[in-house]
Write a protein that binds this ligand. Structure first.
Ligand code: GDP
Length: 304
């Protein structure tokens, strides 16, 4: 089982290492221990209430299990964290939903710079490796260089791409993409979009126009609308997410750049406040730095 050995170093140094240090100097579990633990949790961005909840349930658990040695306490901490991450995602579908037949259409939304294009490039490589026939649609015709960048990924991954000129109509790209995906029996179509956030009405209109074009061709589609968020932007990512969620039916989150932040705890408030599954996490810029989000791997990655 591949754990997140790479990519969580920064979060590990603030949280895991800190806790390990705490435990190394530890003689008995006292209030000072829990104070330090709460501080470490808050600094990792799990949010104040969650930090308190974790700390309270740890107090209980340490009592129940009569954990006295540092190693036992660490195990309780890890167990409890895994519980909390799993509890947050209970009944959630963490997998990408594929259509039983015909192409699966996946829309990627999010503001400029969060890592949409890169994520599509990584995902295309992943599904191609699994034997799927992958098509990309460069419907971010707005950001300078976006089409070229997606094209480079298509070439690198050895997958096909539908693209028009920069500044062209994104709806036309989507239309051509869906048509081609159907006609040439692609398994999956990834649509890169320019989620422009001038205002909510605009965003809503743009996204619903794209969805309408897709639905006209394939009534059940899009099968997924994945919102890409940059973990390094913390609370800002949460605010963006709320706006996108109000503007369209988001089915899941991809949290990028976890390698670039010490505040990996942000995964929890994102899931808890948005009630959306985190489906993948980005742990670097390379093609294999995208991983399905698995709570257990994630928590172990914080300690390693
Ligand atoms: P877009 O505007 O949303 O399409 O964003 P891009 O895909 O162009 O990504 C913006 C920058 O973030 C690029 O330099 C990417 O290499 C970088 N990036 C994307 N995902 C990750 C990640 O998981 N970790 C790191 N460190 N960088 C990332």
């Amino acid at each position: 089982e591949a754990r997140y050995d790479r990519g969580l170093e920064k979060s590990r140094s603030t949280f895991g290492s800190r806790l390990n240090r705490l435990l190394a100097n530890f003689r008995h579990v006292d209030e000072a221990f829990f104070d330090d633990l709460e501080e470490a949790l808050i600094e990792s961005d799990v949010g104040f209430e969650t930090a308190m909840k974790i700390s309270d349930s740890l107090r209980e658990e340490v009592k129940i299990q009569n954990a006295k040695r540092p190693q036992d306490v660490q195990n309780v901490v890890i167990e409890k964290l895994v519980d909390i991450y799993e509890e947050a995602g209970k009944n959630e579908n963490n997998q990408i939903e594929f259509a039983p037949e015909g192409p699966t259409i996946i829309l990627f939304v999010g503001v400029n710079g969060v890592g949409k294009t890169t994520t599509i490039g990584k995902m295309a490589a992943m599904y191609k490796k699994q034997g799927k026939k992958v098509l990309l649609a460069a419907a971010d015709t707005f950001r300078a260089g976006a089409i070229q960048q997606l094209n480079e990924w298509a070439v690198r991954d050895g997958v096909d791409i539908v693209k028009h000129k920069e500044g062209g109509d994104p709806a036309a790209v989507v239309f051509d993409g869906v048509k081609k995906a159907k006609a040439d029996n692609y398994d999956v179509l990834f649509v890169d979009t320019a989620g422009r956030l001038q205002n909510k009405v605009n965003l809503m209109n743009e996204l619903s126009k794209m969805k309408k074009i897709i639905t006209r061709e394939i009534p059940e589609a899009p099968h997924e609308v994945l919102l890409v968020l940059d973990a390094t932007t913390g609370q800002n990512a949460l605010n963006q997410a709320k706006l996108f969620k109000e503007s369209t039916d988001v089915t899941g989150i991809i949290l990028t750049k976890l390698d670039g932040t010490a505040r990996g705890g942000i995964v929890l408030p994102i899931r808890n406040e948005l009630h959306l599954p985190v489906k993948f996490v980005g742990l670097g810029e390379q093609v294999d730095d995208l991983r399905p989000f698995k709570p257990q791997d994630f928590v172990y990655g914080l300690f390693k």
